[in-house]
Design a binder for this molecule. Structure first.
Ligand SMILES: C[S@@+](CC[C@H](N)C(=O)[O-])C[C@H]1O[C@@H](n2cnc3c(N)ncnc32)[C@H](O)[C@@H]1O
Length: 249
């Protein structure tokens, strides 16, 4: 059960809808006859119930309730197939980079940015990397606060990268690179920061230990490294349990 709850939210949401649909199919096979609208309502109620059971947050639960009605409304509507293709491409452009490493797109709060700032070493010319920089909020904030530092954001999703790149254009000390964090050499950085998911943490920790030099710092937003106690844990505003886990190497 706890394994299911550790799945990325999108998979839990799909699972809840699939289980709810399976219950509906079973009821129909048992001979239950309802109007289409009541079937849709039943799907929504079951999906909400299962989503709560799978620990999805309020926003997800709301989307889960709306989805069956949306599908019903679009069913048979004269929408050209290319619209769906366009939507699919849009999703890949925004979320595609995180699909393989099972990392969704969500953002650290302004409070987390400020606490990250306090964790930067005083040395001028410090080099910081955000591994999976999303829309670039943390690097843009830090670059403004520390004009003496160099801030690099690495992002694998094309559209997300573009937003971060445009956002950071005004900051001369920020470099937004498109590519995989796994192909980013960490040896040249004094601080590496990542806000990913539980899935890549063991491999990321191995990379940090292999590449980062002694005296540097690794910060994970919210996600633990199994079996590795952080040197500091700093609560930050955001989703429940949001915190910065800090390791001094
Ligand atoms: C949770 S967001 C974090 C955004 C930002 N770092 C923050 O703290 O607000 C994670 C980002 O990592 C990106 N990502 C996931 N896997 C990646 C990979 N292998 N290489 C580069 N970026 C990746 C995702 O596309 C997503 O934008």
């Amino acid at each position: 059960m706890s394994l299911l709850r550790r799945l990325p939210p999108i998979l839990r949401a799909l699972l809840a809808q699939a289980l709810a649909f399976a219950v509906l199919v079973a009821l129909a096979r048992l001979g239950l006859r309802l109007t289409p609208l009541v079937w849709v309502l039943l799907q929504a109620v079951l999906a909400v119930f299962l989503s709560r059971w799978l620990d999805l947050g309020p926003r997800w639960v709301l989307m889960q309730a709306a989805l069956p009605f949306l599908v019903r409304a679009l069913w048979g509507a004269p929408i050209p197939a290319w619209i769906y293709l366009l939507l699919f491409l849009g999703l890949v452009l925004v979320f595609g980079g995180g699909l393989l490493s099972r990392v969704p797109l969500y953002h650290a709060s302004g409070d987390a940015w400020e606490k990250l700032e306090a964790l930067l070493p005083d040395q001028p010319g410090l080099r910081f990397v955000d591994l999976g920089c999303g829309f670039g909020g943390p690097v843009a904030h830090l670059a403004k606060a520390r004009p003496d530092g160099v801030f690099v954001g690495v992002e694998a999703s094309p559209f997300t990268w573009l937003v971060a790149w445009l956002r950071c254009l005004p900051h001369r000390n920020v470099h937004i690179r498109m590519g995989s964090l796994w192909r980013t050499d960490l040896a040249g950085f004094d601080v590496a920061y990542a806000f990913l998911s539980p899935v890549p943490m063991p491999a990321l920790w191995a990379k940090v230990r292999r590449e980062m030099k002694p005296g540097s710092r690794f910060i994970s937003h919210s996600f633990e490294v199994p079996g590795e106690t952080p040197h500091r844990v700093i609560p930050v505003k955001g989703r429940e349990g949001a915190r910065l886990l800090v390791w001094d190497l």
